[in-house]
Design a binder for this molecule. Structure first.
Ligand code: ADP
Ligand code: MG
Length: 258
């Protein structure tokens, strides 16, 4: 249960909001005749980290967009904290979900702090001072408080991605989604971003992480889901999934990426 997870994770006390569980039930979605999600079932308990791995085109990004309501499923349901995003005040539920993309899309003409403060000001209605102070707190948590007043273009890709994480955290999400957050980064910058993601997971946030970083999935995930051709084909704890893949298609995928 969520309570048990919290006992195992003392850092969760530091979070101001409780994490929410994520559940996909028989989710189907097609783009025209391309049936991209073909009955996805997946459960991420509150406060745990699930990594999603799988070949390009298997539907991983589409799955995240369905959780974040950027896309609506044709069939099936998505539950956040047990409440359906299709039926239960979807806009309210969506506010609890933070997302970090491969391309961070910071506003180039705004300072780092203003990028992070924008959501809290415009969407949460915080005053200028409150929003700045919140932005600084979250920049501090990703090690970038000293860059608050520079423009994003003067930062490395890894630092810009850490700002994008701070921007998402400043909205007090109860679920964080990551879509190949390190894929666009130079190799030497990947580690710092993964370390922050690992800390976030350990702090008790619910994390759904699409990644090519098998080392990260192995170490940081409570569960790993292997997506193939629009379904979750295998779903297990990382040691089980990586050491004893049940299907030929997972064995083949792992032999290509490991
Ligand atoms: P992955 O993230 O696993 O690489 P995606 O979810 O991005 O896979 O894409 C799965 C399939 O859906 C691909 O065939 C892709 O071309 C198609 N697709 C994704 N987004 C769209 C879209 N907005 N319109 C049409 N087809 C799309
Ligand atoms: Mg993708």
């Amino acid at each position: 249960s969520a309570d048990q997870l919290r006992i195992d994770r003392p850092a969760a006390d530091q979070r101001s909001v409780d994490p929410l569980s994520v559940e996909l039930r028989d989710v189907h979605l097609a783009f025209g005749r391309n049936r991209v999600l073909r009955g996805v079932d997946l459960e991420v308990p509150a406060g745990s980290t699930t990594c999603v791995i799988g070949p390009s085109g298997s539907g991983k990004s589409t799955l995240l967009r369905v959780v974040n309501r950027l896309l609506e499923p044709d069939r099936g349901d998505v539950l956040l904290g047990g409440r359906s995003v299709l039926r239960d005040d979807p806009d309210e539920l969506r506010r609890h979900v933070g997302m970090v993309f491969q391309h961070f899309n910071l506003f180039p003409h705004k300072t780092v702090a203003d990028n992070v403060a924008l959501g809290p000001r415009t969407l949460l209605g915080l005053s200028r001072d409150e929003a700045r102070s919140r932005a600084l707190t979250h920049l501090e948590s990703v090690g970038l408080a000293h860059k608050a007043d520079v423009r994003p273009s003067s930062l490395s890709g890894g630092q810009q991605q850490r700002v994008a994480i701070a921007r998402a955290l400043a909205m007090d999400p109860r679920i964080m989604l990551f879509d190949e957050a390190t894929s666009a980064l130079d190799p030497e910058l990947v580690k710092g971003v993964l370390a922050i993601m690992r800390d976030l997971g350990a702090s008790g946030l619910t994390m759904l992480v699409v990644t090519h970083e098998m080392g990260f999935a192995r170490e940081a995930a409570d569960q790993v889901a292997f997506m193939d051709q629009g379904v979750v084909a295998e779903h297990a704890a990382p040691d089980v999934l990586f050491e004893r893949p049940a299907s030929e298609r997972l064995r083949r995928f792992l032999s290509r990426v490991l």
